[in-house]
Design a protein around this ligand. Structure first.
Ligand SMILES: *Cc1c(COP(=O)(O)O)cnc(C)c1O
Length: 375
């Protein structure tokens, strides 16, 4: 029996995207092979962290890279690096920040559940502006002698209360305050790896277990060498905040292979393939009760925004209800108030047909039930 069957754990078709709640993404066979290979030997984990980080930095064309146990861990370790740097006494003292700069500036509309990781390191979040408005003077005004970093949420960039990344950097550079970007799910496009760094970010955090398709518990922090070295000193095996966010040798090696595959992928082709799948699904499922369209997400939190989705609305039903019924059948989709959202990013070969089959079956059931009730 296979492991999930032995445990009595259900498996699903994932038409929602790289969502941690459902296992993130699936690794390539070759990534698994490398992880298995890595499991045969002892190494010095400090050397592996350093050399694998340097190798990934070269592949991605960035100055330096620290390998962490996820984007959330990346935020905690980056925040620790911004406050304690390479000072061993300070590293050991966190999350007690006495005697250190400990304020993390963040635009109010950039607050997310993930900034708890920044607070975990001991930082205090200082909100700037309101939910719908912020001006550069407010940002200038928020800088104090305790400011240790600015946190920028890439997915919130387009919100009304946000400020352009370049204006943020121009203020922070004046005071020598590092800017840390949460870009966990901002891939593709691949050039987002360097986009924020080119505009002056100090550190940018990505998940290894989303579109990079590395191990689920992996992540990358890329950026300035001095801060990346501080990140590594603020994580395992060093006694530090990041000691509890260990990355094992198999994960590090798997991530290296995943990054190689990711960097070699033809994303123009992949984006067209995804669009074709969404179009096929939308066309196959359109009918008298079901309105369908192909589009791109507008709201933050539904990254990556350049992958085309199929949007389906069912007459007389809310999105959440359809989502629940499909979940019960073993199909995971997204939903908003009026629609369900099908993201092809994690569909395996042939699963598009399965999605069409499952949604068609539900549609028949729904409107058969309704017509019977009317009769
Ligand atoms: C997924 C995500 C994270 C967390 O990433 P992990 O790799 O699961 O730790 C953090 N921030 C944002 C915006 C995310 O989408």
């Amino acid at each position: 029996m296979e492991i999930y069957e032995r445990l009595g754990v259900r498996t699903y078709i994932n038409a929602k995207g790289t969502i941690t709640d459902y296992g993130g993404s699936l690794m390539d066979e070759d990534v698994l092979r490398v992880m298995e290979e890595a499991s045969h030997n002892f190494i010095d984990i400090r050397e592996l962290h350093k050399k694998a980080g340097e190798y990934i930095a070269r592949i991605l064309g960035v100055e330096a890279c620290a390998i962490v146990s996820g984007a959330s861990a990346g935020l905690a370790v980056s925040a620790a690096a911004a406050m304690a740097g390479k000072n061993v006494a300070h590293i050991l003292q966190l999350p007690d920040t006495s005697g250190m700069k400990n304020e993390a500036l963040i635009l109010k509309c950039h607050r997310t559940e993930y900034d708890q990781s920044v607070r975990l390191a001991g930082a205090r979040m200082i909100e700037v502006g309101s939910a719908t408005h912020c001006c550069i003077e407010q940002l200038e005004d928020a800088v104090t002698e305790k400011t240790a970093m600015m946190i920028y949420s890439a997915e919130s960039e387009k919100l009304r209360g946000s400020l352009p990344f370049r204006s943020i950097v121009s203020v922070m550079e004046k005071y020598g305050i590092p800017v840390i970007v949460d870009a966990a799910a901002e891939l593709p496009p691949v050039d987002n790896i360097t986009r924020y760094l080119d505009m002056g970010a100090s550190l940018v955090v990505f998940s290894g277990g989303k579109e990079i398709r590395g191990p689920q518990a992996s992540g990358l922090v890329v950026g300035k060498r001095e801060l990346i070295e501080a990140c590594d000193l603020n994580q395992c095996p060093f006694h530090s905040i990041g000691r509890s966010m260990k990355v094992d040798k198999e994960t590090i090696c798997g991530l290296v292979r995943a990054v190689e595959l990711f960097a070699g992928k033809d994303y123009d082709k992949e984006l067209s393939r995804w669009k074709a799948i969404s179009t096929e699904i939308a066309e196959a499922l359109a009918g008298p009760y079901v309105h369908t369209r192909v589009g791109y997400p507008q709201m933050p939190g539904t990254e990556p925004r350049i992958i085309a989705r199929a949007y389906l609305s069912f007459a007389g039903f809310e999105g959440a209800e359809i989502q629940k019924r499909l979940y019960d059948e073993g199909l995971i989709v997204g939903a908003d108030e009026s629609e369900i959202i099908i993201n092809p990013q994690c569909l395996a070969c042939g699963e598009d047909k399965k999605v069409i089959e499952m949604v068609s079956k539900l549609t028949e059931e729904l409107y058969h039930e309704q017509n019977c009730r009317k009769a």
